[in-house]
Design a protein around this ligand. Structure first.
Ligand SMILES: C[S@@+](CC[C@H](N)C(=O)[O-])C[C@H]1O[C@@H](n2cnc3c(N)ncnc32)[C@H](O)[C@@H]1O
Ligand code: SF4
Ligand code: SF4
Length: 357
């Protein structure tokens, strides 16, 4: 049943139909824009467009209209600050969705039992560095000690209640956190977290070929090699193989001359991002360019189904099919989800940010 639902969009995605019959299998729902931090890598460091919670009834209406197989309860905000976040999760799980979100980890101790009882499938703990000082400096003053204590609280609640989410570290690789990639594996191992997903930082100047253009490729090679060895010996799962493949693929080519990853991005067929005000974006990367990529607002410009099959999405899919992107975020995309990447994710337990739960 689950597999059949997940596969429902494949024919449209593979044929690049501009107005697909099937709805997306993945929903990214921004249920809150409240946050108690301002991380240096986040768009909130540049601007904060208001802080609101999506009412529970609206969140439920979006979930019911889309019927996702995977739900990421995330946007530019801290998911655990929404007073009814677990009611949203329970509703989605009741409809057969697998739910995940990325979170700071600051509120784990206070909400550990709630997290484990909610039905959440995957809890992604965001790291912007792995040494206490870097962690705090880049992540809006967060304390690594508080987050590690929170992880222990969730693990304890999970053992006591006999249920709870898988835990994963989501590590944002920026110029300032690159050297601590191996340390992230050590921290995960010491905290009993079985997996680390390394995500290249979205930066305003854009990236080329999946690797931040300003990363020193030799340094990147060295840290990935060291971290891979640590992960293998420590039994920590990661997506470092994928980083290694990208490094091998681009070799020593200068950033501006690197070819884009081969293949067409499938995201405009598989996934949709619903902002807190009901506006639709093709993908979560667009939240880092707040004035670009909006494809209409549910309830204002039409129903979800009308917009999903309407001219805005159709034009974007046509561009993706033709290999020409008008959106700068797509032109400089760090992680287009191509068929090769999606297939790799299916075969691998550490899936990319958007397909998990
Ligand atoms: C915008 S946050 C929202 C969830 C929550 N507030 C948090 O920080 O975990 C979603 C994810 O984006 C990551 N992130 C922050 N800045 C980023 C950047 N420049 N590039 C890529 N991901 C980034 C965060 O670490 C987090 O894992
Ligand atoms: S990355 Fe998350 S915690 Fe940091 S400012 Fe952005 S929304 Fe808040
Ligand atoms: S190309 Fe990148 S930014 Fe554009 S839709 Fe695909 S994943 Fe998102």
């Amino acid at each position: 049943m689950a597999a059949a639902r997940a596969l429902r969009i494949l024919p449209d995605a593979l044929l690049a139909t501009t107005a697909p019959r099937a709805r997306p299998v993945h929903l990214h729902l921004e249920h809150t824009t409240l946050c108690d931090h301002v991380c240096s890598t986040c768009i909130r460091a540049d601007r904060i467009d208001g802080e609101v919670h999506m009412p529970l009834a609206e969140a439920i209406a979006h979930i019911d209209a889309i019927g996702p197989q995977f739900l990421s309860l995330n946007g530019i905000g801290e998911p655990l600050l929404h007073p009814q976040w677990d009611d949203i999760v329970k509703h989605a799980v009741g409809r057969g969705a697998r739910v995940s979100f990325a979170t700071t980890g600051t509120h784990f101790r206070a909400q550990a039992d709630r997290i484990c009882r909610s039905g959440l499938g995957l809890l992604k703990v965001s790291f912007h560095g792995a040494e206490p000082r870097t962690f705090s400096r880049l992540a809006g003053g967060r304390s690594l000690d508080v987050v590690l204590d929170g992880i222990a609280a969730v693990q304890e609640a999970k053992a006591r209640l006999g249920r709870g989410p898988e835990l994963r570290i989501n590590y944002v690789v920026s110029d300032q956190s690159l050297s601590e990639v191996p340390e992230a594996i050590r921290v995960a191992r010491a905290a009993g977290v079985g997996a680390v997903y390394f995500k290249g930082a979205l930066v305003p100047k854009g990236r080329r070929a999946g690797l931040c253009a300003s990363h020193d490729i030799d340094q990147l090679r060295a840290v990935v090699r060291e971290a891979k060895a640590l992960a293998a010996s420590g039994g920590v799962d990661s997506n470092l193989d994928q980083w290694q493949r990208e490094i091998d693929r681009v070799g020593d080519t200068a950033p501006d001359e690197r070819p884009p990853p081969p293949g067409r991005c499938l995201v405009p067929w598989l996934s949709v991002f619903v902002r807190v005000d009901g506006s639709l974006l093709p993908c979560c990367n667009c939240t880092f360019r707040p004035d670009e990529g909006k494809l209409g607002t549910v309830g204002v410009d039409g129903t979800f189904a009308e917009l999903w099959r309407g001219p805005g999405f159709a034009a974007l899919r046509g561009e993706v099919k033709g290999g020409e992107y008008s959106l700068p975020i797509c032109q400089h995309c760090p992680d287009p989800v191509t068929a090769t990447q999606a297939a790799g994710a299916v075969l691998h337990s550490v899936w990319p940010g958007f397909l998990n739960g």
